[in-house]
Design a protein around this ligand. Structure first.
Ligand SMILES: NC(=O)c1ccc[n+]([C@@H]2O[C@H](COP(=O)([O-])OP(=O)(O)OC[C@H]3O[C@@H](n4cnc5c(N)ncnc54)[C@H](OP(=O)(O)O)[C@@H]3O)[C@@H](O)[C@H]2O)c1
Length: 359
C-alpha cells in the first residue's frame, strides 16, 4: 500500500520529497512525504539526488534496522523509516568549509529528491558525513566518493555489492577455500560473488528458487525444491544470503559435516523474527559477515591505500559482470519507486533486472 501525505510539490533546493516505509504496518506500506528542508545549519550541505538503485538489499536494511543501525541513518517520524539506498547526488547548496556547489558524489542516501548532510572533505579526496546521527555506522556508510561525471547506471546498480565483494573474495581466497555454497544465488549479490570467486579459482554451487537465474559458468545451480540432490566437497564454506533459519537448517543437515563454516551474509528470505527453536545452541553456528565492519578492520590491518586499490579493482570487475548480466530498468519519480517496492519486498523482481530510480 502506498499513500502520499500531501499533494506533491515541486522539489527544489528548499524542499525534499522522501519515500518512507512503515515500521508499524510492515515493509509493504510506503508513503511519500513532501517537506521543507530545515534551514541549513552551519556546516550542512544540501545535495540533489540524481539516481539510486533499489533491490532486496534495501529491504534487508529495513528488516535489520535496529540490529545493524540503518534505521537511524536518515531520521524519520515515529512509525516510519527512511530506508537507505546507494546512488549519486550533486551538492546544490554548499556549506562553508564543505564541498563546493556542483560536487558530484556516490554513496549512501535516502530515497529522496534532496538531502542535507554534514560533509567534510578528506585529504584522500573523499567526503565524510560527520553528523553524530551517523556515527554508529561503519565508515563505508559515512564515506562519499567524488566523481567528475555521471556514473554508469550499471555501476550504481552494483554499489551495494562492491564493499562486500572487496572484503569477502580475498578473505575466502586467502583462507584457501576451494568451494563455496551460496543460498539466494539468484540475487545480484549471489551471482556477482559467484562470478568473482570463479575468476579467483573458487568453485561455487548456488541454491535458488529461480533456476533460470544466470549462474552462467560461475555456479552450478540447485533448486530449493531439490535439496536432496545437493552435495558439496568437505571444507566448503556456506555463504548464506537467504538468511532463513529453517532453510539454513535443512541445507546444513543435507551437507552433513562437509561445511567448514557458515557465513551469514544476507536475509532475502527472512520475512519475520527468527523462531526461538532456530536461535538455540542446537542450531547451526552462523558467523555474521558484514562488509562495513570487515572493511574497517582491513583498513586497520593493510592501510587505507591498499584497501582503496582493492575496492577499485573490485568495482571494475563488478562492472564487467554487470555488463554481461544485468539490465537496468529506469524509473522516473518516487511514485514509480513506491509502485515497485512491494514487488521487491515479495522477491518477484527478476534475477537480471535492477531498478534505478531518478527521484
Ligand atoms: N553482508 C553484507 O555486507 C551484504 C552486502 C550486500 C548485500 N547483502 C545482502 O545480500 C542480499 C541480496 O541482496 P541483492 O540486492 O543482491 O538482492 P536481489 O538481487 O534483489 O535479490 C533477489 C533474489 O533474492 C531472493 N528473494 C528476495 N526476496 C525474496 C522473497 N521475499 N521471497 C523469496 N525470495 C526472495 C530471490 O532469489 P533466490 O530465489 O535465489 O533465493 C530473488 O531472485 C540482501 O539480503 C542483502 O542485504 C549483504
Amino acid at each position: 500500500m502506498t499513500t502520499t501525505s500531501r499533494p506533491p510539490a515541486r522539489a527544489g533546493r528548499g524542499h525534499s520529497r522522501v519515500l518512507e516505509v512503515s515500521t508499524a504496518a510492515g515493509p509493504g506500506t510506503t508513503r511519500v512525504v513532501d517537506e521543507p528542508l530545515a534551514p541549513t545549519d552551519r556546516g550542512t550541505s544540501v545535495l540533489r539526488i540524481h539516481r539510486f538503485a533499489v533491490t532486496s538489499n534495501n529491504v534487508s536494511y529495513f528488516r535489520t534496522r535496529d540490529q545493524l543501525g540503518h534505521g537511524r541513518a536518515f531520521p524519520a517520524a515515529s512509525g516510519w523509516m527512511r530506508v537507505p539506498v546507494w546512488g549519486d547526488a550533486t551538492v546544490v547548496d554548499g556549506a562553508s568549509g564543505g564541498p563546493r556547489e556542483g560536487t558530484r558524489v556516490i554513496g549512501y542516501l535516502p530515497m529522496a529528491t534532496t538531502v542535507a548532510m554534514s560533509l567534510e572533505p578528506r585529504t584522500d579526496g573523499t567526503l565524510v558525513e560527520t553528523s553524530a546521527g551517523r556515527s554508529h555506522l561503519p565508515p563505508i556508510y559515512q564515506q562519499y566518493r567524488v566523481v567528475e561525471s555521471p556514473a554508469d547506471g550499471l555501476e550504481l546498480a552494483t554499489l551495494h555489492i562492491e564493499a562486500l565483494a572487496s572484503a569477502l573474495v580475498p578473505d575466502l581466497v586467502g583462507a584457501g577455500v576451494e568451494h563455496v555454497l551460496i543460498s539466494s544465488a539468484g540475487s545480484k549479490t549471489g551471482q556477482a560473488l559467484a562470478f568473482l570467486l570463479a575468476e579467483a579459482g573458487v568453485a561455487c554451487t548456488g541454491l535458488t528458487g529461480d533456476r533460470s537465474a544466470p549462474g552462467g559458468n560461475a555456479a552450478a545451480l540447485v533448486g530449493y525444491d531439490d535439496l536432496s540432490s545437493l552435495s558439496v566437497p568437505p571444507g566448503s564454506v556456506f555463504l548464506d544470503i537467504a538468511g532463513d533459519p529453517r532453510l539454513r537448517g535443512r541445507i546444513v543437515a543435507q551437507c552433513g559435516g562437509a561445511l567448514a563454516r557458515t557465513l551469514g551474509i544476507g536475509g532475502t528470505r527472512l520475512a519475520g523474527p527468527i523462531p526461538a527453536e532456530y536461535a538455540g545452541p542446537a542450531s547451526p553456528v552462523v558467523e555474521r559477515y558484514g562488509a562495513g565492519p570487515r572493511l574497517a578492520e582491513m583498513e586497520r590491518e593493510q592501510g587505507t591505500d591498499a584497501v582503496r586499490l582493492l575496492r577499485e579493482r573490485t568495482r571494475l570487475r563488478l562492472l564487467a559482470w554487470a555488463r554481461e548480466t544485468v539490465t537496468v530498468r529506469r524509473l522516473d519519480g518516487l511514485g514509480a519507486a513506491a509502485a515497485v517496492w512491494p514487488g521487491i519486498v515479495r522477491g518477484g523482481h527478476g534475477a537480471t533486472e535492477i531498478h534505478l530510480v531518478a527521484p
